[in-house]
Ligand binder design. Structure first.
Ligand SMILES: Cc1cc2nc3c(=O)[nH]c(=O)nc-3n(C[C@H](O)[C@H](O)[C@H](O)COP(=O)(O)OP(=O)(O)OC[C@H]3O[C@@H](n4cnc5c(N)ncnc54)[C@H](O)[C@@H]3O)c2cc1C
Length: 436
């Protein structure tokens, strides 16, 4: 076990590994050091957290300008090495009901401005025609807007983590599994002098980065940060004592159809689809499941069609370990997911019988405004708290590496913790999801 390191990164998920890899490259290219100066610690192993179970969707469909610009940079990172990252650039389609038209139109206009390749289709008949050209058996109802992103797509979760892991190791970064961080030792000036772990103390030469994914609240407590905070809104109002962290169960599952069944009309790989509609949803047996706004997202996986639906708040104290086995999925989820697939395309009729009863989904930690917090919390401790947005954010580690070496990141600045005190919050969309 090592006793000291210049840079200690905690968490070997997408963010910790991306930070380790990019920091190593930056140190090397600036003649300031190398990967040998960096250690990444994980209490389990690379990909043991949310990054290893994420659906893997990579999209730019964000109503918030800062999210959209950051995501554009992240998509470029995915595109830089699709093979290593197991990235499938198949595109992404968001389909919505009338209530979402204005948001998706605004998102499209911004994508146009920043040069992100996408198309907007408005009107029920026009959307239907666009989708039927891709999938002749398309039959979803109540959809009046479609944002078709020609960039983005999805990546295979464990494979992309292993790709990043290999890149980091290739730069000389040490990645240690089975080392749990249990606390931090403070120096007199408030900086972190050492990281305490299950395997002993690691003295910090320069900086610490924590990228704990769903374990955010535990690190928040270790750093003595408050459980509740006051949130200043742009209008000047103050919401007092809001819980900093909320946990949601991300509901996901898969149907064991031949993945090639889900192909475009010309036999190509299908884009990821996210459908929200207020059309009544019934199962293939005719039983009404809901007549309120509902939504599902789905993609072609290696052995199935996989996806999810709106997440559920964890009401009681969250139990994270062993991750992700503690996740509670609504017993009604399989019916909704399969009926949603069948509602979309007739090729999925009867797929409920093929629903895989394997445990799927996972718990995510969301900040008080549901957007990431990227910031310094001690003079030498940087936190990557992504509010469960972040598998797609593979480029954040590159930005963080620049900040650690004294730079400013225009892309990360809107996510500073100070925004809750200044009211510099992100605009809120009409989406039913906490991540749009
Ligand atoms: C079911 C599900 C589906 C998702 N789908 C998508 C999606 O399609 N697209 C998308 O962009 N995002 C998605 N997300 C969100 C995304 O997965 C996360 O935001 C992202 O993976 C977080 O990455 P991370 O590196 O911060 O954390 P993680 O990948 O969770 O890594 C944190 C690591 O820290 C380690 N750790 C924890 N505590 C300690 C400790 N005390 N000491 C040492 N190590 C510790 C853990 O073992 C873990 O490996 C999904 C999330 C879930 C749960």
């Amino acid at each position: 076990m090592i006793a000291a390191a210049r840079y200690v990164v905690v968490g070997a998920g997408i963010h910790g590994l991306s930070t380790g890899y990019h920091l190593a490259r930056e140190l090397e290219s600036r003649g300031l050091g190398s990967g040998a100066d960096i250690v990444v610690l994980d209490k389990s192993r690379p990909g043991a957290g949310a990054s290893g179970i994420a659906c893997g969707v990579v999209r730019n469909n964000y109503f918030q300008p800062a999210m959209s610009e950051l995501m554009q940079a992240c998509v470029e990172a995915w595109e830089s090495d699709p093979a290593a990252y197991a990235y499938n650039p198949v595109g992404y389609i968001a389909l919505g009901a009338a209530v979402q038209e204005a948001d998706l139109a605004a998102t499209y206009e911004r994508q146009e401005r920043i040069g992100y390749r996408s198309e907007l289709i408005l009107g029920e008949a026009e959307v239907d025609a666009h989708m039927k050209a891709l999938f002749p058996d398309w039959r979803a109802k109540g959809v009046t807007v479609c944002l078709h992103e020609h960039q983005g797509g999805f990546a295979f979760n464990q494979d992309s983590v292993h790709g990043l892991h290999a890149k980091a190791r290739g730069e000389g970064v040490t990645v240690l599994s089975g080392v749990e961080v249990t606390g931090f030792e403070d120096a007199a000036d408030g900086s972190i002098a050492a990281v305490e772990t299950s395997e002993g103390r690691i003295e910090v030469g320069e900086q610490v980065v924590v990228a704990p994914g769903p374990w955010a609240k535990q690190f928040w407590a270790m750093l003595g940060l408050p459980d509740t905070i006051d949130v200043h809104t742009p209008s000047g109002e103050v919401a007092r004592d809001r819980p900093m962290w909320t946990y949601w169960n991300l509901q996901e599952g898969e149907v064991g159809v031949d993945p090639l069944l889900f192909a475009t009309a010309d036999g190509g790989a299908p884009p990821v689809i996210h459908l929200d509609t207020d059309a009544p949803l019934a199962g293939d047996d005719g039983r009404l499941l809901t007549d309120e706004l509902w939504g599902i997202y789905f993609k072609r996986d290696r052995h199935s069609v996989q996806g999810g639906a709106s997440p559920l708040v964890v009401e009681d104290d969250v139990v994270l370990d062993p991750y992700p086995q503690t996740t509670d999925i609504d017993p009604a989820f399989p019916d909704l997911f399969c009926a949603g697939l069948s509602h979309s395309m007739s090729r999925f009729e009867g797929c409920r019988a093929l629903y895989k009863d394997a445990r799927s989904g996972g718990v995510g930690a969301f900040t008080v405004d549901n957007f990431p917090v990227f910031d310094y919390f001690r003079p030498n401790l940087y936190g990557i708290f992504d509010s469960n947005h972040g598998y797609k954010m593979i480029g954040v580690g590159r930005e963080v590496a620049g900040v650690l070496l004294g730079g400013h990141s225009r892309l990360l600045y809107p996510f500073r913790f100070e925004r809750f005190a200044t009211g510099d919050l992100h605009p809120v969309s009409s989406s039913p999801y906490p991540w749009s």
